[in-house]
Design a protein around this ligand. Structure first.
Ligand SMILES: Cc1cc2nc3c(=O)[nH]c(=O)nc-3n(C[C@H](O)[C@H](O)[C@H](O)COP(=O)(O)OP(=O)(O)OC[C@H]3O[C@@H](n4cnc5c(N)ncnc54)[C@H](O)[C@@H]3O)c2cc1C
Length: 281
């Protein structure tokens, strides 16, 4: 079955590999072979496949973290799953290695969310499709095309040294005064100063921080707080300025986080809740 799939795939070469998070997270940049150009919308995913030593040819879905406006290079943000069939092989590769891939697809896009105010919620590498979307809006903004969206991104990781893309996202959020309407909040569920936690980072699981920010119920035994200087009432007013029907939520990554937000989002009367689960609960 996988060999049949492999024959349908094209190849791309690994041109850059950056490992972070103590070796558990990686940014992988691929260049399609034979001058093939990839067409995709920010938020879509592709299937990557590799021959592995223990499981034969293994294909898996990966969201594209790079913007469609990035010329010729496709970027991925991938977590190492210990004992996983594919990711240990991906992490063992060096620049020059060949990947197989399928044409990108998927409906996890801003267009599909269909609202002007977008609240993005990510765990871990579930950040990938949001990086693609925010980078695309940012590049357009720099080219003089104003973003039609107000975007708030909540990004959760266990430890504070596991936030890939943090400085890039902080720089874009700092451009708010230039008319780029983007708010970025990262949160650590294990806020440990020895691992980089500071008061600029929220405390708690990302779904609980979202609940706290919008005044939705949080279990009493949980310690949750927003970053220093971020006021929950002001944030809620900012997001719901044009009413709940104007707001689209998008969540990507851990299925438990996605499930936990379903009920309060529906209760709030929010326009859309678009989700991308990275694995089954
Ligand atoms: C549409 C889509 C887009 C995806 N995009 C990305 C992406 O951009 N980046 C990325 O890192 N992953 C992404 N994934 C997950 C990816 O497809 C693989 O499931 C993951 O890389 C593990 O592959 P593996 O073969 O090493 O492990 P497997 O052998 O397939 O997994 C073993 C078990 O590990 C668990 N698992 C899988 N992924 C994770 C995880 N991230 N954290 C904890 N446990 C996990 C599951 O319970 C699974 O049964 C995406 C999945 C989907 C469906």
């Amino acid at each position: 079955m996988s060999e049949v799939l492999k024959k349908k795939m094209q190849t791309a070469t690994l041109v850059e590999k950056t490992v972070l998070g103590g070796g558990r997270l990686g940014v992988f940049k691929l260049k399609p072979d034979n001058g093939v150009r990839w067409w995709f919308q920010a938020g879509q995913y592709t299937t990557l496949g590799l021959d592995t030593a223990t499981h034969g040819f293994v294909p898996r879905a990966y969201s594209i973290a790079g913007s469609p406006l990035d010329e010729g290079i496709i970027e991925f943000y991938i977590a190492l799953v210990e004992n996983g069939q594919l990711t240990p092989t991906i992490f063992s590769l060096e620049v020059g290695a060949k990947f197989h891939y399928l044409t990108p697809k998927g409906k996890f896009t801003l267009k599909q969310a269909g609202r002007k105010t977008i609240v993005m919620v990510a765990t871990g590498t579930g950040l990938a499709p949001f990086v693609a979307q925010i980078r695309t809006l940012w590049k357009s903004h720099l080219a003089g095309v104003p973003s039609p969206y107000r975007v708030v991104l909540f990004y959760g990781a266990s430890y504070s040294d596991e936030f890939g893309y943090r400085s890039e996202l902080e720089q874009m959020a700092a451009a708010k005064k230039d008319g780029f309407d983007f708010t970025f909040i990262c949160t650590s569920s294990r806020p440990d100063a020895a691992r980089g936690w500071t008061p600029a980072i929220a405390k708690g699981r990302v779904n609980e921080v979202v609940r706290h920010a919008f005044g939705w119920p949080v279990p009493e035994d949980r310690t949750v707080s927003l970053p220093e200087g971020v006021d929950a009432a002001a944030l809620k007013a900012h997001v719901f300025a044009n009413g709940a029907a104007d707001v689209g939520f998008m969540a990507c990554g851990n299925p438990g986080m996605i499930e936990d937000l379903k009920e309060p989002i529906a209760h709030a009367g929010v326009g859309t809740y678009l989700v991308e689960e990275f694995w089954k609960a």
